[in-house]
Design a protein around this ligand. Structure first.
Ligand SMILES: [Zn+2]
Length: 482
């Protein structure tokens, strides 16, 4: 299997990926809190991980991908109180919205989408274990994690407890053993959803769900954990403390991968600046492919600046690749001819571009660098197309098939241009209009007593599964029932 290198936030180094279990890649990515429609910042990690999954699968790994929904959360409760509906009405509405836009962006579904509300028992079991092992303590119905008990606390974010305390606001809750201690369980407040627990009625803190659900579905040691870089501290730092305190493995996650920030016209995205972009609003103006390709045109760890110019650029790049696909589909339909020098040259270049593409993807999934071989191959396809047009009109079919495999592999891993590969397609209305033209031409032949031409049209359509029925009122067409 091809060697893959990944930049690990934990070690701050690029490392060779060595899976926990040979041939398998187990991935957990923090999902959304469904209290609003997904924004552009949400889309970036999910598109990134979709491509990582596609690539690892392509080179032979069996991938398991888990992504949660944080459906118990302050923001959901506030929104539901504001609208006067139940918390799960809000969560379900925005989970539906999540699938709507991610399906449009061609993001494949996770193998498992665990929700907090469906894993309260697992969460309580994990907190109980942390209390038993001395990593957590109860305070009047709340349970806190004692950060001083975990020797590796701060390793992911690269900060010591002393730094954190110096940087933190003075904590008003002086009942806590350390100001950095964080809630695993919160006692119920009026107007909030709650569940029964050994510490009384309440609900989980934010971080514990990801430890409980990743360990449940991927095991106590797994390969990749992802999310936006804003999650490194405190969320992922706390996840490590919880999981490793509970299961005793170090490290329990082999590779931490984090996406860079998204800025809008060089400014931080925020609701107050009125530049908070929802995916559905962007998709009203640009195609899903353009947004997806824009998100992939910068390496996932680098900051990414969103602007209309960049979206337009993405559109132009896609147009160039679409032309190459159209030319390739045309060449595929040409008559087979000799595999001449030009065909041999095309094949040689296509194989070199394939290698370059896989090298870029194997180097920390560098989709930005993977663009160059795609455009290189698109250009070669267009050159060959011109030469076939200008000369014999025949192609080396074996070469065309291999070039198609390579180019399609590239666009499929990036998850773009799926429709272009299907070729031009008529919708129902256009289809019927085309058939009416054919029927009129055939009627014209019959009027001129060109019976053999009229019959040939009928027979050839019949071979395509289209039946012509002649009647005194004229001809009609229908598709043969299969
Ligand atoms: Zn998480």
């Amino acid at each position: 299997m091809r060697e893959v290198k990944v930049f690990n936030t934990m070690t701050r180094e690029k490392e060779v990926f060595k899976p926990v279990k040979e041939g398998e890649a187990k991935i957990y990515v923090c999902g959304v809190t469904p209290y609003n429609h997904p924004h552009i910042g949400n889309a970036r990690p999910f598109v990134t991980w979709d491509v990582i999954r596609r690539y690892l699968t392509h080179i032979g790994y069996k991938v398991t991908y888990v992504q949660n929904f944080t459906d118990v959360d302050d923001k959901i409760i506030n929104t539901s109180n504001g609208e006067g509906v139940s918390w799960d009405t809000i969560a379900n509405r925005y989970i539906d919205s999540y699938f709507e836009v991610m399906d449009a962006l061609n993001v494949r579904h996770a193998d498992i989408y665990p929700r907090v509300s469906e894993h309260i028992d697992d969460i309580i079991a994990m907190i109980s274990r942390l209390v038993e092992k001395g990593y957590a303590y109860e305070l009047d119905g709340d349970v806190y994690y004692s950060v001083e008990k975990f020797e590796h606390y701060g390793e992911l974010s690269g900060r010591t407890l002393d730094d954190m305390e110096a940087g933190a606001r003075v904590d008003v809750d002086d009942r806590k053993h350390n100001p950095m201690d964080f809630a695993l369980w919160k006692s119920a407040k009026p107007g909030e959803p709650y569940w029964e627990s050994p510490w009384g009625n309440g609900r989980p803190g934010w971080h514990i769900e990801c430890s409980a659900m990743s360990n449940k579905y991927l095991g106590e040691e797994f390969d990749f954990h992802g999310g936006g870089s804003d999650l490194i501290f405190p969320h992922h730092e706390n996840e490590i403390a919880q999981s490793e305190g509970c299961n005793g493995h170090h490290p329990s996650v082999r590779y931490w991968l984090h996406n860079g920030f998204i800025t809008i016209n060089q400014e931080k995205m925020s609701k107050s600046l009125n530049n908070f972009f929802l995916v559905k609003d962007i998709l009203a103006e640009y195609s899903p492919d353009a947004l997806r390709y824009f998100l992939l045109s910068t390496h996932y760890r680098s900051p990414l600046d969103f602007s209309d110019e960049r979206l337009e650029e993405a559109n132009k790049s896609l147009e160039r690749m679409t032309t190459a696909i159209e030319n390739l589909l045309y060449l595929e339909g040409c008559e087979d001819g000799p595999c001449d020098e030009e065909a041999a040259e095309l094949l040689k270049k296509a194989k070199a571009y394939e290698e370059e593409f896989e090298e870029a993807m194997s180097d920390d999934f560098n989709t930005a660098l993977a663009g160059a071989p795609m455009f290189g191959l698109a250009k070669e396809i267009n050159i060959y197309y011109q030469s076939v047009q200008n000369q014999s009109g025949t192609v080396c079919r074996e070469t065309i098939a291999e070039v198609k495999r390579i180019f399609r592999m590239m666009t499929d891993i990036l998850g773009i241009l799926e429709q272009a590969w299907e070729g031009p397609k008529a919708d129902g209305k256009e289809y019927d209009a085309l058939m009416q033209v054919i029927l009129r031409v055939r009627q014209h032949c019959r009027d001129k007593k060109l019976w053999d031409v009229a019959d040939a049209i009928r027979d050839e359509l019949n071979e395509l599964g289209i039946i012509i029925e002649d009647s005194p009122q004229g001809a009609r067409w229908k598709k043969r029932e299969i």
